[in-house]
Design a protein around this ligand. Sequence first.
Ligand SMILES: [Fe+2]
Ligand SMILES: [Fe+2]
Length: 170
Amino acid sequence: MATRTSAAQGILSADRADKRDEIIELLKTAYWMELETVMSYIANSVNPDGVRAQEIREALEEDIQEELGHAQQFANRIKELYGVVPGSLEFRAEQSYLQPPEEQTDLVHVIRGVIDAENGAIEHYNKVIEACDGADWVTQDMVIDILRDEEGHLRLFEGFLREYEAEGLA
Ligand SMILES: [Fe+2]
Ligand SMILES: [Fe+2]
């Protein structure tokens, strides 16, 4: 789709249309991943029961706001690249590993699910950062910041898992 652009150079210029489209598609995927993570983290910040649940619930509650902020950043960048933020009918759920466990005291299930979600985000964002290299420094810079948040989330939940493993619970 040809968009009339006025930028003389950089990712917004007319001759970078193909690269823009490629990056917009990657950003749409990232946008959906963040929104699905928000849904999964809301559920898992409420469902868990038991004395050990509180720490996990609070950590997820904090992450919800960060992931929502990421979704908004991806949406804004899609628009800046002359794309259109997709409507909800285009959404397809993929986080099978973050569905509620059989028992709401099964925190290891939740911890492993979060680790899977964060790993998925880290993998995709590394791909976006590489696709932007030499072509779109602004998206690259934004996604590097977001990647750091996801690495922080992963590290926190790896720490939780380590404790469970040390106690023979995972
Ligand atoms: Fe995120
Ligand atoms: Fe995250």
